[in-house]
Ligand binder design. Structure first.
Ligand SMILES: C[S@@+](CC[C@H](N)C(=O)[O-])C[C@H]1O[C@@H](n2cnc3c(N)ncnc32)[C@H](O)[C@@H]1O
Length: 284
């Protein structure tokens, strides 16, 4: 273990991410549906279809993607689901730069923190957040107070940004189902969070409660198998293409990415973390 590996995983260049991720550069769970011969690209496309369905993407509609990564979902929304306009926000300059370089006229990206997006921003038919609410919660301004208050304020803002009847879909790393295990939390802190942004894994019940009166849950699925298989695919690519990955990203980023895969896998296997796919409808 090297003690000096401390890089910002989210500022990885697209060329480096392409070595270990799918062709859309997705850094979240794929949807494998138990199919043994599916490849990572197809499994990530299935997940995009799932998010589009959960958020009820409409042809000609407006979509906001909170924590849009390298823009795979934005491009998919416009090209495959024919939405009229897709805005992504991310706190990573590398990710925002990549989305801009794709040059899709119906896709807009802003290098903007969730908490800095103007409250007056409005008019979205659908909002999605894929493995980003954890970071948004950790970065809540002090005046949002304790976690339940931050969750409520986060969901209140998203409510204000949507149209009446609007939909919100999220993929969230939630705590459980096992009890807290200090050793696995320490491993998460040491191997994952120091290489990305701070994050809070909410309890599923707390998140749903925080939306009370604002968001009606339409469907909730939790899983760990799809996440584990996605991590396994990333881990295999990283070891099969180690030389190439080190040449593109450097030794520190290569090691940090391997640690992220390893620490997240241990957390999921140990039952302290699972994935929730949640679909909400706005209460008006
Ligand atoms: C795990 S990545 C997921 C990226 C993308 N949704 C995907 O599935 O590939 C988390 C994303 O959240 C973004 N993020 C973290 N904190 C944020 C904040 N406070 N406001 C907006 N985006 C944030 C990161 O820059 C990154 O794009």
């Amino acid at each position: 273990m090297s003690g000096d590996t401390n890089v910002d995983f989210y500022e990885s260049s697209p060329e480096f991410v392409r070595v270990w991720a799918d062709s859309r550069l997705t850094i979240s769970s794929a949807l494998w549906q138990g199919c043994p011969d599916l490849d990572l690209d197809r499994a990530q496309e299935q997940k995009l279809n799932l998010m589009a369905d959960l958020a009820d993407f409409k042809p000609g509609g407006k979509v906001l993607d909170i924590g849009c990564g390298y823009g795979g979902l934005l491009t998919f929304a416009v090209d495959e689901r024919k939405v009229g306009h897709a805005l992504g926000i991310t706190t990573s300059a590398s990710q925002a730069g990549h989305v801009k370089s794709l040059g899709n006229p119906a896709v807009e990206v802003s290098d903007c923190d969730f908490w800095d997006l103007p409250v007056e921003t409005a008019g979205f038919d659908s909002v999605v957040a894929v493995q980003s609410l954890e970071h948004v919660l950790a970065g809540a301004p002090a005046d949002c107070g304790s976690d339940p208050k931050a969750m409520r304020e986060m969901l209140r803002r998203i409510h204000a940004w949507t149209v009446p009847g609007g939909r919100f879909a999220a993929e969230v790393c939630v705590a459980g189902p096992a009890e807290t295990r200090d050793d696995l939390h320490e491993q998460l802190d040491a191997e994952v969070l120091r290489n990305s942004r701070q994050a809070i894994m909410p309890r599923l019940g707390d998140l749903l409660n925080a939306g009370s009166g604002l968001w009606e849950p339409v469907s909730i699925v939790t899983q760990h198998e799809d996440m584990l298989r996605t991590l396994e695919a990333a881990g295999s690519r990283l070891s099969e293409r180690e030389q190439e990955a080190r040449a593109i990203g450097g030794d520190r980023l290569y090691q940090a990415t391997c640690e992220t895969v390893r620490g997240t896998t241990a957390a999921v296997r140990g039952g302290i973390m699972r994935i929730a796919w949640i679909s909400w409808k706005r209460i008006d």
